[in-house]
Design a protein around this ligand. Sequence first.
Ligand code: SF4
Ligand code: SF4
Length: 240
Amino acid sequence: MDLEAQLRTLALSLGADYFGVADLSSAHDVILAQGGDRVARYPRAVAIGMGLQDSLVDLLRDKDPGGAIVYRHNSYDVVNQMLDQIGVRVANVLQRAGHSAFPVPASKRTDDDHISGIFSQKLAAHLAGLGWIGKSCLLVTPEHGPRVRWVTVLTDAPLHPTGSPIEQQCGACTACVDICPQHAFTGRSFNRNEPREARYDAAACDRYFREMEKKKSVAVCGLCLYVCPYGKKSGSGIRR
Ligand code: SF4
Ligand code: SF4
């Protein structure tokens, strides 16, 4: 079995639903600006995704504290831990094969000023051909919409890219823009050459979570993730 097949089999056997390889060369400057040379020196990324349970994502609609606690535990804490374990296991296989590998933690903020991690998991999945970056700034897959969490392993292994970026398919839909209680989205389509601020006020979303924490309520929102028609089973309601 070749190395890529070995990694794919391992990731899927550990519960992943998505596996892809991205060529990062076209995004080198963006990656360098976000995380520095410690991440920008890797030419490729393995993107691994795990789908969320629809029954739990649908709890977000009701905004009730009990549902929020269950969602946060299973769809955030547990899934992120599983993804981190898959990322470390995949990185170990790459290292044993003689390559350098850097597992990027799932959903781990490393920069409070910019409210971002060291590397964009969504960018890797997008470049691997697994989905597009929607008006919600979430990675939207054709199969499960944004109801997927991601982990990335950066590497210098000579793996072949699994696809090319998918064009945005949001069309005229503005469901995520309209539902956001903080009006955090501008509705602009993703453009790698524009700063995130052109599309998304991350500070507004973050403030919302801090306010919930101050009130001792469960800090969960996710309405932008819940509402995307590509994530709902029927996919109905998409306005192109
Ligand atoms: S999580 Fe909530 S507040 Fe934050 S961007 Fe999404 S809809 Fe807006
Ligand atoms: S809710 Fe609509 S606009 Fe937002 S990401 Fe999904 S398809 Fe795109």
